[in-house]
Design a protein. Structure first.
Length: 408
């Protein structure tokens, strides 16, 4: 191996898995019997869209697919490339096709391409000139054109767990491609600490480990804190701290303590939590804990979510702060939560109750003849609403009063 290249190439790149068996944390989509594993084995990989958080292995998996299928791998970044670069790739893919060689085009951050750029891909993906593998950290339903999305198989990659990141780091310490020759000593618990502060991002974790190894042969928690410069923000976005703090935020809002709610919001955002995650939880809270007690709570939470989606951090922090304080100060009611819970119980117990015949639509003559819609009372035709009363629930559930659960 070229020693100089080993010294100058970032550890994260040196430790990139070279075969599928070295990939950590994606058993759901890559395990034995999975769609992707079988598609790779059969050399019939369709165009794919990898959706997942940073550092979960999207680029690595695309590289391995190209290697396993003996395809040429071409990578574009949506940040710095456009239609002109795509034309060059297409021209090369046409030459590859003449040589009976497949082309895999990997586009990182594909959500950053505009509609025209994404549309330019369509005919080449549809005709199989290139197998497109896109990667995105954003919800593809909102960020990728529907026409292009319909031609791709979406695979959701999960964030690596603390244990999985620790395995990645351990391999980097013992592998000749990594830090084996440096004989680095690591105190107990340090690798888990690095995994925690990296938030499940394997690339970030390897960068931290490499920076620590460049500073000392013996790595301690204090050295890690110094390297990441965030010892005051111990917050594992995938573990106990994450769930404890979101719980504290919820309970503070539910209890009407706007100051505490704002503090817990700050703990999450300043530690790097995804603002859209927080916003989604606020939308749920608006209906679950405020509900009909304040009908403006849900629009307030939805507006905060839209603001996060439009402008991101740090600009959206005040929109979230506004929503958190508003929800904390709102009157509370869990009536909808309780009422809908009873509905779900009845749906599970009576899953296939027929619609009362007088409520059924009758678009055909036959349906009318067999009684569909017969006896239905059109409420606006009745001045006396008592006369307009009729049964709307299935017979087995007649008399259920879910609305009775709605109250302060």
């Amino acid at each position: 191996m070229n020693t100089r290249k080993k010294d100058t190439t970032p550890l994260a790149d040196r430790m990139r898995p070279e075969k599928l068996s070295e990939v950590f944390g994606q058993e759901k989509i890559l395990g034995e019997g999975s769609f992707l594993r079988d598609a790779i084995a059969a050399d019939r990989v369709p165009s794919l869209l990898f959706w997942g958080p940073p550092g979960c292995g999207k680029t690595t998996l695309a590289l391995l697919i190209a290697r396993e299928t003996k395809s040429e791998f071409v990578q574009l970044s949506a940040v710095g490339s456009g239609v002109a670069e795509l034309r060059k790739v297409i021209a090369a893919a046409e030459e590859n096709r003449k040589a009976d060689k497949k082309t895999i085009l990997f586009i990182d951050e594909i959500h950053r391409w505009n509609k025209a750029q994404q549309d330019a891909l369509l005919p080449h993906v549809e005709h199989g000139l290139v197998t497109l593998i896109g990667a995105t950290t954003e919800n593809p339903s909102f960020e990728v054109n529907a026409a292009l999305l319909s031609r791709m198989r979406v695979l959701v990659l999960g964030k690596l767990s603390t244990d999985e990141v620790v395995e990645v780091l351990s391999r980097a310490l013992s592998d000749e491609r990594g830090l084996k020759d440096a004989a680095i000593e690591v105190e107990d618990g340090v690798l888990a600490f690095i995994a925690d502060v990296s938030g499940g991002d394997a690339r970030n974790a390897l960068n931290i480990l490499e920076a620590c190894a460049a500073s000392a042969r013996h790595i301690t928690p204090e050295l890690v804190e110094k390297i990441v410069n965030r010892s005051h923000l111990l917050y594992d976005k995938g573990g106990e701290w994450h769930y404890d703090i979101i719980s504290a935020l919820h309970k503070s809002m539910r209890g009407g303590d706007a100051d505490a709610a704002l503090y817990w919001l700050g703990r999450m955002l300043e530690a790097g939590e995804d603002p859209l995650y927080v916003a989604r939880r606020l939308v749920r809270f608006a209906s679950e804990d405020v509900g009909l007690a304040n009908s403006f709570a849900l629009p307030q939470a939805v507006a905060a979510h839209q603001a996060c989606h439009m402008i991101g951090m740090p600009e959206c922090e005040l929109a979230l702060a506004q929503a958190v304080v508003y929800l904390a100060k709102s009157k509370k009611s869990n009536a909808l939560y309780v009422g809908y819970g009873h509905v779900k119980e009845d749906v599970r117990q009576f899953p296939n109750e027929p619609v009362p015949i007088h409520l059924r639509n009758a678009p055909t003559k036959l349906m009318k003849e067999i009684g569909y819609g017969k006896g239905y009372k059109y409420t606006p035709d009745f001045k006396d609403q008592e006369e307009a009363k009729q049964d709307y629930l299935p017979e087995a559930l007649r008399g259920r009063k879910y609305v009775d659960f709605i109250g302060d």
